[in-house]
Design a protein around this ligand. Structure first.
Ligand SMILES: [Ca+2]
Length: 176
């Protein structure tokens, strides 16, 4: 099953959770330590304090929360130049089996409601052991059809993880 965000319009509507980056192309498109979102985003149910890589908060998915707090930005607002792709970097922590949990990266066309990119970071592959924070990263290439008005959506997805999975210190930079 693909984690299409288009199937979860309510969650997508609940966010705009990322801090706007500076317009310079070299600045990250998305950067958050999740602590800064506390008291700012309308639905902070997945911001938790049991584990954190920085500060007090990280985002958590579990059996009651299929998706973590989602970041959704228009590509043209995030980058002043055409993107060839993005580099995604974050810290992640699993408490049990990762079960296919992933940091999803989707680019969607809002006019056709279709995904142009459906990619992400496979946490099962990048978290060798439970109970430990790991730096995870992935280069994602965009097709030449990506456009200014397309939307970049980033979210932690539980998939079949049987125990909570945490994510913190998310940075997405453009590849040009
Ligand atoms: Ca944090």
């Amino acid at each position: 099953m693909k984690a299409s965000r288009l199937l979860f319009p309510a969650l997508v509507a609940a966010l705009a959770a990322c801090r706007p980056a500076a317009p310079a192309a070299e600045e990250p498109l998305v950067h958050t330590d999740f602590d800064s979102l506390v008291g700012w985003v309308p639905d902070a149910a997945t911001l938790r304090t049991e584990q954190a890589h920085s500060g007090s908060y990280a985002v958590r998915v579990d059996e009651g929360h299929e998706f973590g707090l989602t970041c959704n930005r228009m590509l043209g607002e995030a980058s002043s130049r055409r993107l060839l792709g993005v580099h995604v970097e974050a810290w992640a922590y699993r408490t049990g089996e990762a079960g296919g949990a992933r940091l999803g990266i989707i680019v969607s066309d809002p006019t056709t409601n279709t995904n142009v990119v459906d990619a992400g970071v496979d946490l099962e592959a990048q978290l060798p052991k439970p109970g430990q924070w790991y730096r995870v990263q992935e280069d994602i290439t965009f097709p030449p059809t990506v456009q200014y008005q397309h939307r970049l959506t980033t979210f932690l997805w539980r998939s079949a993880a049987s125990a909570p999975v945490y994510l913190d210190d998310l940075t997405i930079t453009g590849r040009y």
